[in-house]
Design a protein around this ligand. Structure first.
Ligand code: HEC
Ligand code: HEC
Ligand code: HEC
Ligand code: HEC
Ligand code: HEC
Ligand code: HEC
Ligand code: HEC
Ligand code: HEC
Length: 441
C-alpha cells in the first residue's frame, strides 16, 4: 500500500491527527473557556505604583469629545447613548432633562426651577446644581431637595451628611461642587480642575487627547486594557469607588476644613491611582454609614470597594469583562443573564461551580429564579438614599450567608426571595445542604 511504501508521509498525518484530537479534547473540556482569557489574566502585573500613561501623551490637554467624532463615529454614537454622558445635563439646552415634579416641590426648598443650571443624575435620583461662585471662579452648590426617581417624591438633601460631616458647615449653600462632586461627573475636572464638558466622556478614560487629535497614532493615547488587568480597572475605580481625601494621610480633618475633596484630585488615566486616591476603609466586624461589618456596601457606587474583595478581581477579571466601557451594558435591573456568567464559568470547570449540574449547585429547579447566578451572587444589598428601595446589587460576588444577616443586618439572597421565612430557616437549609464554610460559619 501507498502508506507502507512511504513511511515518511505518515508523520504529517499523525501530527494532523494529534492536533485534531487535542483541539477536540480542549473544545469539549471545562478549560476551553479559561484559554480565551489566558492572554489577559497572565499579563505581567506591574504593581500599583508605575505610571502607565504613554510617554507621548504626557503634557496633553483635554479637548472634549466633539473632537473625536469625525474619526471614531461608531464609538462616539454608542458612548453618547450611555448613561455616562447623561450624568450632568444642561437645563438650558434641553429643559426635558428635569425629572423632578416641580409642582409639588416643598415650600422650604432653597431653589426654584428657574435657578437650575445643571441636573445631576436621573435614573435613581436627581439633584440640582445652582450657580454659586467661590473665590471669584465659576462654581456651583446643590439644592436642599433631591428627587427620588424610584418612588417619585422629593426628599431633603444635606451635603454634609454624606460628605465629611466634620469638614463642612451644615449648609449646602456653603459647600461647593468643585470639591465634592465635579471630579467624577464632568470630563476633565478630575485631572485639571476645568469643566471641559458635562458628563463622562472619552477623555475621562483615555486621558487628555490634544496630542492624539494633532497626530492620530495610538502611541499618544491611553487604553486601559493594554496593560496589567488589575491596573486597567483604575479607570473605573477613579469614580466607582468611595474614597477619603488622600491628604488625610498626613493632615487632620480640621486642617482641611472647608477645602476637603471627595475625588482623586489630579489623577489622569494611566497614572498610579493609589497616589491620588485613598479607598474608604471598611472596619471588619463594624457597621458604619458606608459598609456592613462583612465588607458589603450600604450605598450605591461602591462597586470598586466591593469588587476588590472578590477572587475574580484577584485573578485579573476586570469591570470590562462584564461591562462594555462604551455602551455600558449589564446595568442595574438589566443584566445579560446567566449565560453571560457561563461564558467563563461552567459546571465542573476549574473556575467553578464545582458540581456536575446546576441543580446540584443551586438546589433549586433548573428553570427556577432560585437558580439564577446573579440572584444568589449579586443580591440587592444597597440603596441609593435612606428612603430608596434596595436596588443596588453587590459586587462582592462571594455568597453572602444568612448568618451575616443575623450579625450585621445585611440582606442575603435566600431571604430576599423567601421573604416569609426567617433567617434561621435559610441558615438551616444551607446547613442541611452542606453549603457552609469553616472560616465564617
Ligand atoms: C483625525 C482622526 C482622529 C481623531 C480626531 C481622533 N482619533 Fe483616535 N485614532 C485615530 C486613528 C487613525 C487611530 C488608530 C491609530 C493606530 O492604529 O496607530 C486612533 C486610535 C485611538 C485610540 C487607540 C485605539 C487602539 O486600538 O489602541 C483611542 C483610545 C482613541 N483613538 C481615542 C480618541 C479620542 C478620545 C479622540 C478625541 C479626543 C480621538 N481618538 C480623536 C484617529 C483619530
Ligand atoms: C468609561 C470609560 C471609557 C469611555 C468614556 C470611553 N472609552 Fe474608549 N475604551 C475604554 C476601554 C476600557 C477600552 C478598551 C476596551 C477593550 O479592550 O475591550 C476602550 C477602547 C477604545 C478604543 C479602541 C478599541 C475599539 O473598541 O475600537 C477606541 C478607538 C476608543 N476606546 C475610543 C473612545 C472614544 C472616541 C470615546 C468617546 C466617544 C471613548 N472611547 C470613551 C474606556 C472608555
Ligand atoms: C468620571 C467618572 C466615571 C468613570 C471614569 C466611570 N464611570 Fe461609570 N458611571 C459614573 C457615573 C456618574 C454614573 C451614573 C450615570 C447616570 O446615572 O447618569 C456611572 C454609571 C455607570 C454604569 C451604569 C449605567 C446605567 O445605564 O445605569 C455602569 C455599568 C458603569 N458606570 C460602568 C463603568 C465602567 C465599567 C467604567 C470603567 C471602564 C466606568 N463606569 C468609568 C461615573 C464614572
Ligand atoms: C468619587 C466619585 C464621585 C463623587 C465625588 C460623587 N459622585 Fe455621584 N456618582 C458617582 C458614580 C460612579 C455614580 C454611579 C454609580 C452608582 O450610583 O452606583 C454616581 C451616582 C450619582 C447619582 C445618581 C445618578 C442617577 O442617574 O440616578 C447622583 C444624583 C449623584 N451621583 C450625585 C452626586 C453629588 C450631588 C455629588 C457631590 C455632592 C456626587 N455625586 C459626588 C461618582 C461620584
Ligand atoms: C462578573 C461580572 C461583573 C464584574 C466583574 C463587574 N460587574 Fe458591574 N454589574 C454586573 C452585572 C451583571 C450588573 C447588573 C445587575 C443588575 O441586573 O441589576 C452590574 C451592574 C453594575 C452597575 C450598575 C449598578 C447600579 O446600581 O446602577 C455599575 C455601576 C457597575 N456594575 C459597575 C462596575 C464596576 C465599576 C466594576 C469593576 C470595579 C464592575 N461593575 C465589575 C456584572 C459585573
Ligand atoms: C471573564 C470571565 C468571567 C466572567 C464573565 C464571570 N466570571 Fe466569575 N470568576 C471568574 C474567575 C477567573 C474566577 C476565579 C476562580 C477561582 O478563584 O478559582 C471567578 C470566580 C467567581 C466566584 C467565586 C468568587 C469568590 O470571590 O469566592 C463567583 C461566585 C463568581 N465568579 C460568580 C460569577 C457571576 C455571578 C458571574 C456573572 C455575573 C461571573 N462570575 C462571570 C471568571 C469570570
Ligand atoms: C441558590 C443560590 C445559588 C445560585 C443560584 C448560584 N450559586 Fe454559586 N454558590 C452558592 C453558594 C451558597 C456558594 C458557596 C458555598 C459552596 O461553595 O458550595 C456558591 C459558590 C459558588 C462559586 C465558588 C465555589 C465553587 O464551586 O467554585 C462559584 C464559582 C459559583 N458559586 C458560581 C455560580 C454561578 C456561575 C451560578 C449561576 C449558574 C451560581 N453560582 C448560582 C449559591 C448559589
Ligand atoms: C431569586 C429568588 C430565590 C432565591 C435567591 C432563593 N430561592 Fe429558594 N426558591 C425560590 C423559588 C421560586 C422556589 C420554588 C421552587 C423552585 O423553583 O425550585 C424556591 C424553593 C426553595 C425551597 C423549597 C421549597 C420550600 O419553600 O421549602 C427551599 C428550601 C429554598 N428555596 C431555600 C432557599 C435558600 C436556602 C436560598 C439561599 C441559598 C434560596 N432558596 C434562594 C426562589 C429563590
Amino acid at each position: 500500500m501507498f502508506f507502507y511504501k512511504n513511511k515518511k508521509s505518515l508523520i504529517p498525518l499523525i501530527i494532523i491527527l494529534i492536533t485534531f484530537i487535542a483541539i477536540a479534547v480542549i473544545y469539549f473540556s471545562p478549560i476551553k473557556q479559561l484559554l480565551m482569557f489566558l492572554p489577559q489574566i497572565t499579563k505581567e502585573r506591574v504593581g500599583t505604583f508605575t505610571n502607565l500613561q504613554p510617554e507621548d501623551q504626557k503634557g496633553a490637554i483635554y479637548v472634549g469629545s466633539s473632537n473625536c467624532k469625525e474619526c471614531h463615529q461608531e464609538i462616539y454614537d454608542i458612548q453618547s447613548a450611555s448613561m455616562h454622558t447623561k450624568m450632568i445635563q444642561d437645563v438650558k439646552k434641553d429643559p426635558s432633562v428635569i425629572v423632578g415634579d416641580f409642582n409639588i416641590l416643598p415650600e422650604d426648598a432653597d431653589f426654584e426651577l428657574i435657578n437650575i443650571v445643571y441636573t445631576i443624575g436621573s435614573k435613581f435620583k436627581q439633584r440640582y446644581m445652582l450657580r454659586k461662585d467661590r473665590d471669584g471662579k465659576e462654581n456651583y452648590r446643590i439644592g436642599n431637595y433631591q428627587w427620588n426617581s424610584e418612588n417619585s417624591s422629593w426628599q431633603s438633601y444635606s451635603v454634609f451628611k454624606d460628605w465629611y460631616h466634620d469638614a463642612w458647615p451644615e449648609d449646602n449653600n456653603q459647600i461647593p461642587t468643585s470639591h465634592t462632586c465635579d471630579g467624577c461627573h464632568f470630563t476633565g475636572y478630575m485631572g485639571n480642575q476645568i469643566r471641559v464638558e458635562p458628563g463622562i466622556h472619552c477623555e475621562n478614560c483615555h486621558g487628555p487627547a490634544s496630542k492624539h487629535v494633532e497626530d492620530d497614532v495610538k502611541e499618544n493615547i491611553y487604553v486601559a486594557t493594554r496593560h496589567d488587568p488589575i491596573r486597567s480597572m483604575e479607570v473605573c475605580l477613579q469614580c466607582h469607588m468611595r474614597n477619603v481625601d488622600k491628604r488625610l494621610d498626613s493632615l487632620t480633618i480640621k486642617d482641611l476644613y472647608n477645602r476637603i475633596k471627595d475625588y482623586a484630585d489630579g489623577f489622569e488615566p494611566g497614572m498610579s491611582l493609589t497616589k491620588y486616591k485613598k479607598t474608604m476603609p471598611y472596619q471588619p466586624g463594624v457597621n458604619d454609614s458606608k459598609f456592613y461589618g462583612d465588607g458589603v456596601g450600604v450605598k450605591n457606587r461602591m462597586q470598586g470597594n466591593e469588587y476588590v474583595q472578590s477572587t475574580m478581581y484577584k485573578h485579573g477579571i476586570t469591570c470590562m469583562n462584564c461591562h462594555d466601557p462604551h455602551s455600558l451594558d449589564n446595568t442595574a435591573q438589566n443584566s445579560r443573564g446567566d449565560e453571560f456568567c457561563m461564558s467563563c464559568h461552567k459546571m465542573g470547570s476549574p473556575l467553578g461551580p464545582h458540581q456536575s449540574s446546576l441543580v446540584a449547585h443551586t438546589k433549586h429547579e433548573l428553570n427556577s429564579t432560585g437558580s439564577s447566578c446573579i440572584e444568589c451572587h449579586m443580591p440587592k444589598t444597597g440603596k441609593h438614599t435612606g428612603k430608596s428601595p434596595y436596588t443596588v446589587r453587590t459586587h462582592v460576588f462571594r455568597f453572602i450567608y444568612p448568618k451575616e444577616s443575623m450579625e450585621y443586618g445585611v440582606n442575603n439572597a435566600c431571604n430576599n426571595c423567601h421573604e416569609d421565612k426567617s433567617l434561621e430557616w435559610s441558615d438551616n437549609k444551607l446547613t442541611e445542604w452542606g453549603m457552609t464554610t469553616w472560616e465564617r460559619y
